[in-house]
Design a protein around this ligand. Structure first.
Ligand code: ZN
Length: 146
């Protein structure tokens, strides 16, 4: 298990929830998270328009600026399986599943490291999006927290 950058990885949670809310798609099925630059892949049917890219960026930054608390709690595996897609959790995640919440905006099972409040993430900057073979790729960076 590689170590994730907590700021980038927390931004990924917010980005995923924003994609789900804006487009009704699934959370990213594959991602590459690094301190300098990250990318998330979504199953999608078309490229994003410039207006959609802007709206997506604004919405992610709105949540970051609201300074939502990032918290965790544990629920039994069976309960988690009924509520969430657990396919991205590693094997042997245990009988108790860790659920990570970003305020009331997002909730998902995760084992990674996170910030404790969303302002720590800094500004979300969309680098580019690309669409190919049913996959929308979103590349992003972060500014320093203010
Ligand atoms: Zn996480």
């Amino acid at each position: 298990m590689k170590s994730y950058d907590p700021r980038m990885h927390s931004a990924e949670h917010i980005l995923n929830q924003t994609m789900v809310r804006m487009f009704g798609c699934e959370r990213s099925f594959s991602s590459h998270i690094e301190a300098r630059k990250s990318k998330c892949d979504y199953r999608f049917d078309r490229p994003l328009t410039q207006a959609e890219e802007m709206e997506l960026t604004n919405q992610v930054n709105r949540i970051i600026r609201q300074n939502e608390p990032v918290t965790e709690h544990f629920i039994p595996l069976q309960e988690a399986a009924a509520q969430f897609n657990l396919s991205r959790l590693p094997e042997g995640a245990g009988e108790e599943i860790r659920i990570v919440s970003v305020g009331s905006y997002d909730k998902c099972p995760c084992i990674g490291p996170h910030v404790t409040q969303t302002w720590e993430i800094g500004e979300f900057r969309l680098v580019s999006t690309g669409f190919e073979d049913g996959i929308l790729r979103i590349r992003f960076k972060l500014g320093d927290p203010e």
